[in-house]
Design a protein. Structure first.
Lengths: 167, 79
């Protein structure tokens, strides 16, 4: 038997009423024995609990059933489930140990990674079809995902010398 | 708009994450008179998260962090 973290979300299919706080508090109490965390408010509620089962399929089924029963016991609306995922505990732990910020680079840093001048970087960004799109365009300049620039550097076929002049 | 600051009413490991999210990512914390405190994501499209008032297991904490990340929060900090 292995521990799995199971995430469940239910949403109201049409109008989006606000869920009473005390119902959500009861829901939190109902899943506490399953190491649960819950959320909810306008037209939706969700929960993530831990269950011990043989595999991810069973974890998802068991987890969904536990959450449904807890939601019903707490008096939450019986809305359709829109999300169900099961993650093995050790897999979740290794994911959570890694920061989930994208690693970003500015123009000068991207130029340094590619070994080109800032002017050449600007030219590549403007003219090369395979150059990555910036994740953000700020007033101080664009920011790229570092791994995108590194990947471009690996696949970019550099042509030495000045580009040929066209008529 | 403003919001509350978390204190002794939530476990220390949770408090660390909540303070980071409030100070750096625009999340809001609400401490009700009774019931569980709420953590509101910066993106209002995501539902608020209820926080425990007593220390919980490592699995419960992992479930909390997984939900924070799913709702647009970042943890752990890069540095």
């Amino acid at each position: 038997m292995t521990w799995f973290s199971v995430g469940v979300e239910a949403r109201c299919p049409d109008q989006a009423p606000e869920i009473d706080e005390w119902l959500l508090d009861s829901f939190a109490d109902a899943v506490a024995a399953y190491d649960g965390v819950i959320g909810g408010g306008q037209g939706a509620w969700d929960a993530r609990i831990s269950v011990e089962t043989d595999d991810a399929d069973r974890a998802a089924m068991t987890g969904a059933e536990v959450v449904r029963k807890a939601a019903a016991a707490a008096g939450l609306p019986d809305w359709p489930m829109v999300r169900l995922e099961a993650t093995r505990q050790d897999v979740l732990e290794s994911e959570l140990a890694q920061p989930n910020y994208p690693e970003l680079v500015s123009g000068p840093e991207a130029a340094e990674l590619l070994g080109v001048s800032r002017q050449r970087l600007h030219q590549l960004a403007q003219e090369h079809a395979g150059f990555p799109e910036p994740l953000y365009r700020l007033r101080v300049g664009p920011l790229w995902v570092r791994s995108g620039i590194e990947a471009f550097g690996r696949r970019w076929e550099r042509k030495p010398g000045r580009p040929r002049k066209t008529a | 708009m403003g919001g509350d600051r978390p204190g002794q009413e939530i476990p220390k490991d949770y408090r660390k994450v909540v303070v980071h999210l409030i100070d750096n990512e625009g999340w809001t914390y609400r401490r009700p008179g009774g019931g569980y405190p709420r953590l509101l994501p910066a993106d209002p499209a995501h539902q608020p998260i209820k926080l425990p008032k007593t220390p919980s297991s490592q699995r419960a904490f992992n479930n909390f962090v997984a939900e924070v990340r799913r709702k647009g929060g970042h943890w752990p900090p890069r540095r």
